[in-house]
Design a protein around this ligand. Structure first.
Ligand code: ZN
Length: 133
């Protein structure tokens, strides 16, 4: 597995409505999609920047992982997502190298991606997402 690029950077925010102002008014980026992912208890907002994207994540549930992340660490960078050809193959290959997986198989993520997460305990402290179209 060799990722081709950083697909997006996921950023935990308390409120997309509030936080998007910085990305739009200060950085001048355009939000091209807002999407709720019910099973992950998040609302997402996407901004394209060159070959990559910023994904803002707002919890839709006080018990959701983003709500808990913000409670513990405050708003900020939540994960880095790498583009790979095949998520399932990349997950299997990564696991074979001793990395602890959060997802054994790819699942449907926001913005039409198939995604799988690696555990930050075995990725040098960075929650890592692998994704493909
Ligand atoms: Zn993501």
């Amino acid at each position: 597995m060799k990722p081709s690029r950083i697909e997006h950077i996921g950023i935990a925010v308390k409120s997309i409505e509030e936080s998007r102002k910085y990305y739009e008014e200060v950085l001048g980026l355009e939000c091209y999609k807002i999407e709720e992912v019910a099973d992950q208890k998040v609302k997402t907002a996407f901004f394209r920047i060159g070959d990559t994207k910023i994904e803002l994540l707002e919890s839709t549930d006080a018990e959701g992982t983003i709500a808990k992340f913000i409670e513990k660490k405050g708003p900020g960078i939540h994960h880095i997502a790498y583009a790979v050809d095949h998520v399932d193959e990349a997950l299997a290959e990564t696991e074979a190298k001793g990395i602890q997986l959060i997802d054994k198989k790819g699942r449907k993520g926001a913005d039409n991606l198939t995604i799988g997460f690696l555990h930050p305990k075995s990725t040098e402290g960075v929650l890592t997402e692998l994704c493909s179209q």
